[in-house]
Ligand binder design. Structure first.
Ligand SMILES: C[S@@+](CC[C@H](N)C(=O)[O-])C[C@H]1O[C@@H](n2cnc3c(N)ncnc32)[C@H](O)[C@@H]1O
Length: 337
């Protein structure tokens, strides 16, 4: 029953709730799902056998650049080579629950990591979704860490090697984009996309509404956080990006589903655009912070429509304050991977 979940963020594991939604009722799936790159506890989606993960090595203590220990691509054990397969299977567990809930011809925007996206795509294709396009969200800047190998050798007293490798680094190029896979749920074989638009109101895109400086947008999406946008979640996405994707594929009053809602960006964007949303969040702190953010936003929207001054109750102010403080205490930083 959608009524139990509509226009609120529900706390808990989305696997518990997705099956309860009404079949063929969702107009857009838009979710920045965990990338499976061990960014934080909520992102560890494999059977981890090493307690060092997300901890600090003795060499890292006191260094600001490397606060948490991530697994190298090479892995720490043979079991780590299976991380990709386990991530794909995890995507299938909830993807299978989402499939019957989507309207025919509806869009699904799935954010994932550059190194793990192919597994999410594979999972979604095996469930019956069709890959329509690949979008790239281009960030304004990228945190870049690439350690000088000569310094590592110098620390080991290997001065000849340090000279030989001067200028070489360990690392990647600056990660300036994140991929977004755009899927659709198939409509009936033999039907046409225009029939499907008539039947299900799904299949068209609103380019006029989404033009950027008068031109049609491309699949390279350059959006940034607005100056006054509160940052709550280490993997938070800019409201402008999420608003763009919602406007592109839905009409007012249609329903957007985000089962991994984090700080509630999809909820806020949907309400700003007069759409409905259904959102789930497993982590209690994020759930509280997202709910407080949404409440604050709803007061603002009420203010806009009724021209009344914005007033948060003392309880709401405290709830927002405490949720953000707890996250700060956890030293949450924007995603750098
Ligand atoms: C990448 S973050 C989403 C960030 C979000 N786009 C934003 O702007 O704040 C993914 C979120 O999914 C949550 N999560 C992970 N597994 C979950 C599950 N099984 N059910 C519900 N939420 C889950 C995590 O706690 C995390 O907050």
């Amino acid at each position: 029953m959608n009524d139990n979940y509509i226009d609120k963020i529900t706390h808990g594991d989305c696997h518990k709730f997705l099956g309860e939604l009404d079949n063929e009722s969702i107009d857009l799936f838009l979710s920045d799902i965990p990338y499976g790159i061990c960014l934080d506890e909520w992102d560890v989606l494999h059977s981890n056998t090493n307690s060092a993960l997300l901890g600090q090595s003795p060499a890292q203590i006191g260094k600001s650049g490397f606060k948490r220990r991530g697994k190298p691509i090479n892995g720490w054990s043979q079991a780590d080579r299976n991380i990709g397969n386990e991530y794909r299977e995890w995507c299938k567990t909830w993807g299978a629950l989402v499939y019957p809930k989507m309207k025919k011809g509806a869009s699904l925007f799935v954010f994932s990591g550059r190194r793990t996206m192919h597994q999410a795509i594979n999972a979604f294709e095996s469930l019956g979704f069709l890959l329509k396009d690949m979008l790239a969200w281009k960030k304004q800047s990228a945190h870049h860490r690439a350690q000088r190998i000569s310094i590592v050798f110098e620390r080991r007293g290997l001065n000849t090697e340090a000279q030989k490798w001067e200028g070489w680094r360990l690392g990647n190029l600056a990660p300036i984009f994140e991929p977004i896979a755009w899927f659709v749920k198939p409509y009936k074989i033999g039907g046409t996309i225009t029939d499907n638009i008539l039947e299900n109101e799904q299949g068209a895109i609103n380019l006029d509404e989404c033009s950027i400086n008068g031109s049609s947008p491309t699949n390279l999406l350059e959006f940034d956080f607005r100056a006054n946008e509160k940052r709550i979640h280490e993997a938070q996405k800019p409201l402008s990006l999420i608003e763009f994707l919602i406007k592109l594929t839905t009409k007012e009053n249609q329903i957007v589903l985000d089962p991994f809602i984090g700080s509630g960006t999809t909820a806020v964007a949907a309400k700003r655009l007069y759409r409905h949303f259904i959102g789930f969040e497993i982590d209690e702190l994020f759930y509280k912070a997202a709910t407080a953010r949404l409440n604050e936003e709803m007061k603002g929207l009420q203010y806009q429509t009724e021209s009344k001054p914005l007033r948060l109750t003392l309880f709401e102010k405290q709830e927002t304050y405490h949720a953000i403080k707890s996250l700060k205490r956890m030293r949450i930083k924007p995603r750098t991977a």
